[in-house]
Design a protein around this ligand. Structure first.
Ligand SMILES: [Mn+2]
Length: 354
C-alpha cells in the first residue's frame, strides 16, 4: 500500500496537484486492499487519509492504521474534508474524473471550493502492471475457474438448463475459494452461441455448441475464461469453425510467447486466420487486460496500438459467430513475462464432444 501511495505522490507535479481525492471503489481497494464501496481516500504530499463510515470503521482501523489516518466522517463533507484540505494547505486537488458522475462532481466542487484537476487514466495506468502478489491472486482465481470447468463437464447434458449450468459454475467456484463470480456467467446453447454475450435462460441444453464464459474473484482480482464444447457429435462444418478459432487462438498465443508485444499485431495474427474463411464473423477484439476489474487496458485490438510489458495480464479470446446459427469462442488469460508468457488457463481446448 505504501509503495502505491508513493508512486501516486511522484505524479503530483506532472499532474499539477498537491493532493488526490480517490472516490472509486476500485481505487479504494487498490490503495487499501479492502473493499468499501462508499469509502474514499485523500493522499496529500505528506499524509494519507481513509474515510470509512461506521459499517467499516472497525476493520479499517485495524488494517489501515499506520498507513492512513482513519477518519469516520460525520456531518457535512464540506466541513470534515474542508478542514483537512485547509490544514494540509491543498490548493489544487486531483479527482477521479473517469469514474465520477456529473452530479458527484458538482457536489465535490461545491464542498471543497478548490481548483479540481482531472487525473484521467493515472491510476488505470498504474494498475496495468501487476505485482507478484496480484499475479498470485489472479492465478488462484483461474485455478478455481479451471476446476469449475472440469466439474461442469461431468454434469452437462440435455436434461439441464443454461441457468442450471450458470448456477452450478458459480456455486462451485464459491465453494472452492472464490469470493464472487467475475461477471454474469455466460452459459448458452446451440443457436444462442452466435451471441458473444448471450444471456442464459431456463431452456434445456440442446445438441450442438455450448459456450461458457465465466470467472472467479479472489481478493478482488478476476479471472476470465471461455470454452465452447459440443453436446453430441459435431459435424464437419462445426469442426472446421471450431478448429479455425482454436488455430487463431494458438497462433496469437504463439506470437506473444515468441516475444511479440504489439497489441494491434497480436489481434491481427488471430484475425487474419479467421478472415480467410469467416470474414465479418469476428466482431470483437482479441482480448483485454484483467485485474481488479474484468476489463482493463491495454486491449488487444485493431483499434489500440500499444506495446505490452511484463506484468500485463491479458485475455486471448478469438471467436466466430454465424448469426442465428452458432458460434465458438476460446479464451485464456495470460501473464506477459520478460521472455514469453505464462498461461494461467489449463482447461483443455481440443473440441470436447459430450
Ligand atoms: Mn474476456
Amino acid at each position: 500500500m505504501e509503495k502505491r501511495i508513493e508512486i501516486l505522490r511522484e505524479k503530483f507535479d506532472s499532474l499539477g496537484v498537491d493532493a488526490i481525492y480517490l472516490t472509486s471503489r476500485t481505487s479504494h481497494r487498490y490503495f487499501t486492499a479492502f473493499d468499501n464501496e462508499d469509502g474514499s481516500l485523500l493522499i496529500t504530499k505528506k499524509s494519507a487519509y481513509a474515510f470509512e463510515d461506521f459499517r467499516y470503521i472497525e476493520v479499517a482501523t485495524k488494517n489501515l492504521n499506520g498507513t492512513y489516518n482513519v477518519v469516520e466522517p460525520r456531518g457535512k463533507r464540506s466541513a470534515w474534508l474542508g478542514e483537512i484540505l485547509a490544514n494540509e494547505g491543498v490548493n489544487s486537488l486531483g479527482f477521479e474524473d473517469l469514474s465520477m458522475s456529473v452530479n458527484a462532481y458538482e457536489r465535490l466542487k461545491a464542498d471543497v471550493n478548490l481548483e479540481l484537476v482531472k487525473i484521467g487514466t493515472t491510476i488505470n495506468k498504474m494498475r496495468e502492471i501487476k505485482t507478484d502478489d496480484e499475479v498470485a491472486k489472479m492465478e488462484k482465481a483461474q485455478i478455481i475457474t479451471d476446476m469449475a470447468f472440469e466439474h461442469i463437464l461431468g454434469i452437462l447434458s440435455t436434461d439441464i438448463t443454461e441457468n442450471d449450468v450458470a448456477a452450478e459454475l458459480e456455486y462451485f467456484m464459491r465453494k472452492n475459494g472464490a469470493e464472487d463470480k467475475s461477471f454474469e456467467t455466460i452459459s448458452i446453447s446451440a443457436e444462442k452461441t452466435s451471441l458473444p454475450h448471450g444471456v442464459p435462460s431456463n431452456t434445456k441444453l440442446k445438441k450442438g455448441f455450448f459456450t461458457m464464459d465465466f470467472g472467479a474473484v479472489v481478493d478482488g482480482y478476476h479471472s476470465d475464461m471461455t470454452r465452447t464444447v459440443c453436446i453430441g457429435k459435431a459435424d464437419d462444418e462445426m469442426k472446421k469453425l471450431y478448429n479455425t478459432v482454436l488455430d487463431a487462438q494458438l497462433r496469437a498465443l504463439e506470437y506473444l510467447s515468441n516475444g511479440g508485444r504489439n497489441t494491434k499485431e497480436a489481434d491481427k495474427v488471430a484475425r487474419d486466420i479467421i478472415y480467410k474463411d469467416y470474414k465479418g464473423y469476428f466482431g470483437h477484439s482479441l482480448g483485454h487486460s484483467v485485474g481488479l476489474e474484468v476489463h482493463e487496458m491495454p486491449a488487444l485490438s485493431p483499434n489500440y496500438d500499444a506495446v505490452l510489458v511484463p506484468g500485463n495480464v491479458v485475455t486471448v479470446e478469438p471467436g466466430i459467430y454465424i448469426p442465428s446459427k452458432y458460434g465458438t469462442r476460446i479464451e485464456d488469460m495470460v501473464l506477459i513475462c520478460e521472455n514469453g508468457i505464462k498461461n494461467f488457463t489449463k482447461s483443455p481446448k481440443k473440441l470436447i464432444e459430450i
